[in-house]
Design a protein around this ligand. Sequence first.
Ligand code: PRX
Length: 653
Amino acid sequence: MNENMFHAPDKFRKNAWIQSMDEYKAMYKKSVEDPEGFWGEIAETFYWEKKWDKVRDFNYSMSRGPVFIEWFKNAKTNITYNCLDRHLDTRGDQAALIWEGNSPDEDMVITYRELHEKVCRFANALKESGVGKGDRVAIYLPMIPELAITMMACARIGAIHSIVFGGFSSEALANRIMDSHCKILVTSDGVMRGAKAIPLKSNADQALGMCTDLGHIVGTCFVVKRTGSDVNMVENRDVWWHEAAQAQSAECPVEWMDAEDPLFILYTSGSTGTPKGVQHNVGGYMVYTGATFKYVFDYHEGDIYWCTADIGWVTGHSYIVYGPLSQGATSIIFEGVPTYPDPGRFWATVDKWKVNQFYTAPTAIRSLMAQGEEWVAKYDLSSLRVLGSVGEPINPEAWHWYHKQVGKGQCPIVDTWWQTETGGIMISALPYAIDQKPGSATLPFFSVQPAVLSEDGKELAGACEGILAIKAPWPGQARTVYNNHDRFEMTYFQMFDGYYFAGDGCRRDEDGYIWITGRVDDVINVSGHRMSTSEVEAALGSHTDVAEAAVIGFPHDIKGQGIYAFVTLNMGVAPSDELMAALKQHVRIEIGPIATPDIINFASDLPKTRSGKIMRRILRKIATDEYDQLGDISTLSDPDVVDTLINSHKVLM
Ligand code: PRX
């Protein structure tokens, strides 16, 4: 065997769902040759009020007509029936959610029966405020059980949830509320993140103020009491979440949804324009997240599963809430941060709840790795069986640390490549069937057909490097961009006719393993958070002192990528440390703390072509100190700019 290939120890193999490469290959073959038969069988393991007429229908080619993707046509179901009601007889008293609070002495176990009751109560409260099928509900909450309860309350009555990550600013929240015309907002008084208090309600108030100014009225704002801090409750608009829920019945019949009715909208950044409201529909998403959860994490009855992501991102939607609960799993919701109260928190939590599957991001691994092994060594991690990684490529050093220090060499690592748009995991090892190579996402999940394309859209064969595209739909694929199907087609299907264009580059090796090489567009990935450079540029550009900004990602030891901004100031404005701090603050307000530039280089000018296009390639080389690889700069309108930028970069470093 290849010495860089990692093979899971045999001790858990005999119970694994898929035990060998041959089994994987046979299933994969069937899933590609007969996707309808394959997914029809898996869908049979879910509850449907009415079965489908056809498993799959689609058009991927814009030259042949409008793009559409449909799964389980004309079937009726409800995802919360599958995540809650159908488990009540068999596992009503089993923990559905375990909430581990910011402080280690706060936790809560919620059984399937209790969760069902809580979801029903809040669903009734939503109904009473006039929310019905197809209405949009914005959710701006921290990692508390009410977040999962609120999303499922929406899904139960057919309302479409749009969760906005709690780390986004009021400006970002307002834009998202308005883009999808949300009728209701659900937020909390605040949240503690580590030792820091974050005032969510005052952000929400500002956002709602901005919406009102622009003529969009949010009728009701439900407020969860989390910190007990003083908040301003606006009369006739703000309602305490717990009071509203308590006043309602604990029974709420589900709304039977068409498999292709929308389930949720989740905003994500692309290379251009404002964030897009990626829309996922009920049936295919439910089946795909459930199936990927079961196979990729090799989930078995009674396992305790923990994904450390925030529910505000797609990872949390699919692999904290819907995927695990549809399979009857126990899923941990963690409110805190990896380093509070100390850098042993993850491992203390694994030990406390005897976690079997642990799913986190490379950035978290790298930051904990930097704190030293002693934090891991203090705890008993022997319950762990599978480790997962998501959000960005995992560098081999972090992979080996995770494998050795956390998994003690006993746990396969599933490096899962996927996206907000894919709904669920696309390329990943299966723990006991696909051997791992550190840094490679390995092989495609069932029915996923990756293609490596050249820039001019030719499919490359064998070992090769190019652009990652997907040839055929899978059930979890996003169906559209909310209210903007043109944008959906333009973003994902126009580039290569007949393919879903993922926006990532990749390499395929001689074993067919896929190695993601990063984005091929202007999207950057900061601590596993996806961001568009143009959004950060627009935020900087909106400051009164800024003439122009160009933003690029640069390699960062912990975050994966950091944010480097080249900024030219208006005439007469002098660069200063105060202005630098003010610009960083400005971006925090416009987008949120996650978009704060790490480096601001005040530039007298930017390298541009004669037609005025900023040459980012040159900026990237400057940011990575590769001055000897600038390439041809003779086409610049003013080649001297480059030397000035290099000098100012050297001063900053
Ligand atoms: O560039 C890829 C990177 O994250 C992007 C998707 O970001 P987002 O929609 O926010 O979803 C993140 C969580 C699923 C991808 O286009 N990415 C995600 N997972 C991996 C990855 N890059 C390399 N390896 C991964 N495992």
